[in-house]
Design a protein around this ligand. Structure first.
Ligand SMILES: Cc1cc2nc3c(=O)[nH]c(=O)nc-3n(C[C@H](O)[C@H](O)[C@H](O)COP(=O)(O)OP(=O)(O)OC[C@H]3O[C@@H](n4cnc5c(N)ncnc54)[C@H](O)[C@@H]3O)c2cc1C
Ligand code: SF4
Length: 464
């Protein structure tokens, strides 16, 4: 008998007023009983609408059916056929706009908590199954992967499983891409990402950190060194600024720098070698997931007041609804329909405030969202000592500028053939944020998979 409750089993979480002072994970995960109860809400629909909402086509009703029987390892095995990073995706995927959006239970009530169930199955596996993955037989082919974010790790994992000798070249000193330097510990514990990376290493994937491709070695040199194909998964880590007066003042960060200091360099730990400003009043400019993460980190670092300054209204906030809700619960103040005009400094060159203008929404623009228009004479000063710019990122131009014949869009995204990820250079593939601009973990993983498949077909003439 299915469980016909209209509501999902609630996710046990740390209390807002406790969690906004620590960096431990906010969501605590279902118990076995809650997982089984939630799994029983699935109707095992014949036409499986949820599957078509998943960019990597996880066989959702199949894994949920195993969960409902209490066969958690069986559930994990179903997910693992399609997703290389289920413990990550179960935590950070925007399920509400993907699989759960199409779930029939969502028509009358809340959809099945697919993401929460995925997380449970992956955590259960990681806790209970200790066998090392089988090392595949080498097939004699060598592939280089640039970048160790979700696109690079997925491409590397899929190829390693097929017997390729894969080397991942990562610019930073730690592998994981945005999963380690961007998304904070309280949303995605770094031990989980490390476990996934350790699994790839056990399968034979080599990871060379501190290797900036385009500086230490070029793509042409990799191809000359015997790598038969290269996958570029270098992300979109170049921060944008607003080009308003005062952006050079002390106390202005890009969200990338701020989050890297906090997450990768663990600046929040007492005794950390990485300095970070423990500001009292912080303005975070932007309304996406990155802005929410930066604001919630600033709060945890001890700021008394943290503002999200966003030029449109709540309806247009690009961040996941759950992240916005969590931020509000933790005391983040939303200054919506406001836009910064300049950042004000004191005599020491440090931030002492931010002049903003009120906005109203006009006609829709090219993005389909209503264009924000300044209200004349509405200037006011927000009293802050730190400003974090979270208004977007684009791909770093280094690889483009050091790889002859690699075609890119005007804004820097690498141009690829959609079905294969092949770039304008033979045997050079690309995917993830380096191609699309800032997007999502699951789309980056999907692109890594597509390229791995195409590389296998090219080098071995086989379908994977
Ligand atoms: C703060 C933040 C929060 C986010 N939250 C979410 C979320 O909740 N859910 C979600 O789905 N998505 C989220 N995203 C987006 C998601 O993380 C990205 O879309 C995804 O990580 C892109 O994966 P990728 O593999 O293309 O690139 P990345 O994860 O950016 O990895 C690229 C890697 O390549 C390395 N690299 C770059 N240039 C070179 C070079 N020249 N040589 C060698 N290595 C290089 C970089 O150091 C990096 O490690 C978030 C992003 C940020 C910044
Ligand atoms: S749409 Fe919802 S109820 Fe139907 S199979 Fe998928 S998860 Fe289950």
């Amino acid at each position: 008998m299915p469980n016909m409750s209209l509501k999902k089993n609630e996710m046990p979480s740390q209390e807002p007023n406790v969690r906004n002072k620590n960096f431990r994970e906010v969501a605590l995960g279902y118990s076995s009983e809650q997982a089984i109860d939630e799994a029983k809400r699935c109707l095992n629909c014949k036409n499986r609408p949820c599957v078509s909402g998943c960019p990597v086509n996880i066989m959702i009703p199949d894994f949920i059916a195993k969960m409902a029987e209490g066969n958690f390892e069986g559930a994990y095995q179903v997910i693992a056929k399609s997703s290389a990073l289920p413990a990550v995706c179960g935590r950070v995927c925007p399920q509400e706009s993907q699989c759960e959006k199409l779930c029939v239970r969502g028509k009358k009530g809340e959809p099945v908590g697919i993401g929460r169930l995925e997380r449970f199955a992956a955590d259960w596996h990681n806790e209970h199954v200790k066998e090392a993955p089988e090392k595949p037989r080498p097939n004699g082919h060598k592939v280089a992967v640039i970048g160790s974010g979700p696109s690079g790790l997925t491409c590397a994992g899929d190829l390693a499983r097929l017997g390729y000798e894969v080397t991942v070249f990562e610019a930073l000193h730690t592998a994981g891409g945005v999963l380690v330097y961007g998304i904070p510990e309280f949303r995605l514990p770094k031990a989980i990402v490390q476990k996934e990376i350790d699994g790839l290493k056990e399968m034979g994937v080599k990871i060379e950190t501190n290797m900036v491709i385009g500086r230490a070695l070029s793509i042409d040199e990799l191809l000359e060194d015997g790598f038969e194909a290269v996958f570029i998964g270098s992300g979109a880590g170049l921060p944008r600024f607003m080009n308003i007066p005062g952006e050079n003042l002390k106390g202005v960060y890009s969200a990338n720098e701020f989050l890297t200091r906090v997450n990768l360099m663990k600046a929040y730990l007492p005794g950390s070698d990485t300095p970070i400003q423990h500001a009292k009043r912080v303005a975070v400019v932007g309304g996406g997931n990155v802005a929410m993460d930066a604001a919630r980190c600033a709060k945890r670092l001890g700021a008394e007041e943290v503002y999200i300054v966003y030029r449109r209204s709540e309806k247009e906030l690009p961040a996941r609804a759950e992240e916005v809700e969590h931020a509000k619960e933790e005391g983040i103040i939303f200054k919506l329909l406001n836009n910064p005009a300049k950042i004000l400094g004191d005599e020491t060159g440090s931030v002492k405030g931010m002049e903003c203008l009120e906005m109203e929404l006009g006609e829709p623009d090219a993005s389909g969202r209503r264009r924000p228009v300044e209200k004349q004479g509405s200037e006011f000063v927000l009293d802050v000592d730190c400003v974090i710019m979270a208004i977007g990122t684009s791909p770093n131009p280094l690889i483009k500028s050091t790889t002859q014949g690699l075609e890119t869009q005007k804004w820097g995204g690498i141009i690829v053939e959609e079905e294969t990820g092949l770039t304008s250079r033979p045997n050079v593939y690309a995917g993830g944020d380096a191609v699309t601009g800032a997007a999502t973990v699951i789309l980056a993983m999907g692109a890594g998979k597509t390229a791995a498949k195409a590389i296998h077909k090219k080098l071995c003439g086989k379908e994977s």
